[in-house]
Design a protein around this ligand. Structure first.
Ligand code: GDP
Length: 444
């Protein structure tokens, strides 16, 4: 996410740090560079202008110039202003605490990710113990209704039975009544999209809004389309009482322009972000965490949350019991790795750790952790249960057989066993230290 933007800002700050004492001229130069980097990232021209004006004013203060760590202070100002630009300090949670059924309407251009996001949102709400229903209100593209029905089946969420050719306003109205009678507390309206902003479509969306009075009207924007997304958002915002934005495809190589401009241009907060095609890839948007990621400072808080989501209490208890019974075996090693895998791709996790993203890039020739994980999994799965419990019985010929079975080389099997033995030693050490020692390890 935003790799080019991060790299370029990093070079600007590296130069700044090299100066020791900072003068007003240094600040001016830095601001000029940041301005260019932001424009290259496709951030709206006016947004860049006011951002640079604010940062310049704060950064050129005598307090910062005379401080012992001026470069750090400037970076801090940039971070704070970036967070503010993306809506830090504002409430950007979905406001659903009204009398059910609560209608949520998603709108946007075709291909932005509306239908997929409806599915993701249904899953998110269900995990929050709500009972959502999906409503296909795009009657012009029959495939859209079928797509939502498929998503509903996958998620086991009810999809309102709308038909192509029905009036979308009637569909939404009927769906609301159906939800009321059948105990659904939220309805998610998947509205039609066009390739361009279109007055007829806007009229239809306005009629839906008037009829069902959605509690949330969320504009779905494709982050990959940069400033185009922002222009379209502004035009939707003029004609509909939008309550927020969902930014999709942030997992791709979007340049950052949409994320950094859309809040300022529309005045509407980014509430959620799409981080992948999978249905669980919808996250709450945190401006400050995003600013940290852009500045290469990692995002430890999101990492911890992901860990909490991925490892449920039952799994953790089962693992603890197994650890007590058999000790740390190859089986537990594999299970632990699978838990980590549930948290997302290794590459994306590493980027959340401060400095790790950069370190990863520097490790030239090193194999990607993702491939490495697959290899390890294949090797352990090629072992017999007895071997997984006791790796010491693995002799040369078994190691060769396992390498063949898993499509790897004997060296790979040996390396894995070496790593496992190291992990086993580490586990023993940690068990001796207890929870207090662990805390110490993480410097708390
Ligand atoms: P709609 O026309 O607005 O309903 O768009 P769709 O929901 O059909 O999505 C268009 C394409 O974008 C599909 O291929 C989705 O899988 C993809 N997509 C949606 N959200 C995301 C996301 O957050 N990340 C990625 N990588 N792809 C996404």
């Amino acid at each position: 996410m935003f790799d080019t933007l991060s790299d370029k800002l990093d070079s600007v700050f590296k130069k700044l740090r090299g100066h020791g004492r900072l003068t007003e001229q240094h600040i001016k130069e830095t601001m000029r560079e940041i301005r260019l980097v932001l424009l290259e990232a496709d951030v709206n021209f006016r947004v860049v202008k006011s951002f640079i004006a604010k940062v310049s004013e704060r950064a050129a203060s005598q307090e910062i110039l005379k401080s012992l760590t001026p470069a750090q202070q400037v970076i801090k100002v940039v971070r704070e202003e970036l967070s503010r630009l993306m809506g830090e300090g504002e409430d950007n949670t979905l406001n659903l605490s009204v009398k059910p059924p609560v209608p949520i309407m998603l709108c946007g251009l075709q291909g932005a990710g509306k239908t997929t996001t409806c599915g993701k949102l249904a899953l998110k709400l269900r995990r929050e113990k709500r009972n959502p229903m999906l409503v296909p209100a795009d009657v012009y593209r029959p495939a859209a209704i079928a797509q939502l029905k498929t998503l509903g089946r996958q998620l086991d969420v009810e999809v309102f039975d709308s038909q192509a050719g029905q009036d979308p306003v009637d569909i939404c109205d009927q769906a609301l009544r159906y939800a009321e009678l059948n105990g659904f507390d939220t309805i998610i309206l998947d509205t039609a999209g066009r390739l361009h902003v279109d007055t007829e479509l806007m009229g239809e969306l306005q009629r839906i809004v008037n009829k069902v009075q959605p509690q949330e009207i969320l504009f779905v924007a494709d982050a990959m389309t940069g400033q185009d997304a922002v222009t379209v958002a502004a035009s939707f915002d003029e004609q509909l009482p939008l309550t927020g934005v969902i930014l999709t495809k942030l997992d791709g190589d979007a340049r950052g322009g949409a994320a950094l401009s859309i809040r300022e241009v529309t005045g509407k907060p980014i509430k959620l972000v799409g981080m992948g095609e999978k249905l669980d890839a919808l996250e709450q948007f945190y401006p400050d965490r995003m600013a940290q990621r852009i500045l290469g400072m990692g995002d430890v808080l999101s990492l911890i949350e992901k860990a909490q989501d991925a490892v449920n209490a039952d799994d953790a208890a089962a693992m603890e019991q197994q650890l007590r019974k058999d000790g740390f075996t190859l089986e537990t090693f594999l299970e632990q790795m699978q838990m980590v895998k549930k948290m997302g791709s290794m590459d994306s996790l590493l980027k959340m750790i401060p400095g790790a993203g950069k370190a990863l890039k520097k490790a030239q020739g090193a194999q990607l952790p993702e491939n490495e994980m697959k290899k390890i999994e294949a090797i352990i799965r090629s072992m017999t249960p007895r071997e997984r419990l006791n790796h010491k019985i693995l002799n040369g010929s078994r190691r060769l057989r396992i390498a063949k079975g898993s499509g790897t080389r004997v060296q790979d099997v040996n390396q894995l066993l070496k790593r496992f033995v190291e992990a086993q030693k580490m586990m023993k050490k940690m068990q001796k230290m207890g929870p207090k020692g662990l805390k110490g390890m993480f410097g708390q």
